[in-house]
Design a protein around this ligand. Structure first.
Ligand code: SF4
Length: 258
């Protein structure tokens, strides 16, 4: 009989100040086991929730009301950007689903991919060079009117694990304006720390590649093409500490928004 030594466990106390106030202090136990990019996502989702909650409180305190509600889902026809860790995380989720459910979700992804291809959007995405072109492309994507593969009965079927971009998208302008977010004046609440950008920067620096954002509707093929990256691991404690640095902006001071 062999007995393996249990992994070292470090208790990390998290104190994060944001321009909207301090997040509740949290103590987390991190085992020093190898962790990959996808493991970054659940703790960053918690941070993202805390930051968004404070931003919403700030808006409410200033007299605004949030128009977003369960069962709206109009914004879920937009191109959702994912960082690489989120792409691996959501891919893992899809692959863990029972076969029947997974087939339904994957077929929705395939349908959207086909529509993007017919509209020439995939070809243009590969050649994209500047922010202006990205906006035009995002508008053309929205015009396809293809709801997100996870949208069901106008609600998000993966609400607990939805991407950072979806958590951070909250508007105070009337909900009816969201039917055309590119031509109507939409007032999105300002989020002081963008977790999609922070996670994309962190994973790029870890892997020594330029930061990239992946359109959610192309995540299945992107992950297949980048499978080797998804298998990379780092010490769990070290990775968690890097995540905190990037999430709080320590490592981002001299870098531009993506
Ligand atoms: S993941 Fe959920 S919230 Fe985000 S676009 Fe899809 S259905 Fe909407």
């Amino acid at each position: 009989m062999t007995t393996d030594n249990p992994p070292e466990v470090k208790i990390i106390t998290i104190n994060i100040e944001t321009p909207d106030g301090k997040l509740p202090t949290a103590k987390v136990k991190i085992p020093d086991i190898p962790m990959g990019l996808a493991n970054l996502v659940p703790p960053m989702q918690q941070l993202c929730n805390g930051i968004v909650e404070l931003a919403i409180k700030r808006e409410i305190a200033s007299g605004s009301a949030i128009s977003c509600k369960k069962g709206c889902g109009v914004c879920c026809c937009q191109l959702v950007p994912l960082s690489a860790p989120e792409a691996f995380f959501l891919y893992g989720y899809i692959k863990s689903l029972p076969t029947e459910r997974r087939t339904i979700i994957e077929s929705r992804f395939n349908e959207i991919r086909k529509a993007m291809d017919s509209a020439g959007i995939i070809e243009r995405l590969l050649k994209i060079e500047d922010t202006k072109e990205h906006k035009v492309l995002a508008w053309d994507y929205f015009k396809l009117a293809m709801p997100c593969p996870f949208l069901e009965d106008s609600s998000c079927s993966i609400h607990q694990i939805r991407p950072f971009a979806c958590r951070e998208y909250n508007v105070t302008s009337p909900a009816e304006l969201c039917v055309d977010p590119f031509n109507n004046k939409i007032q999105r609440i300002k989020i002081p720390r963008n977790m999609t950008t922070a996670t994309a920067r962190l994973s790029a620096d870890l892997c020594g590649v330029p930061p990239t954002l992946i359109p959610m509707t192309l995540l299945l093929e992107w992950v297949t093409e980048n499978e080797a990256v998804g298998r990379l691991t780092w010490s769990g404690i070290w990775l968690f500490e890097r995540m905190l640095e990037y999430a709080t902006g320590t490592e981002l001071e001299d870098k531009e928004e993506l």
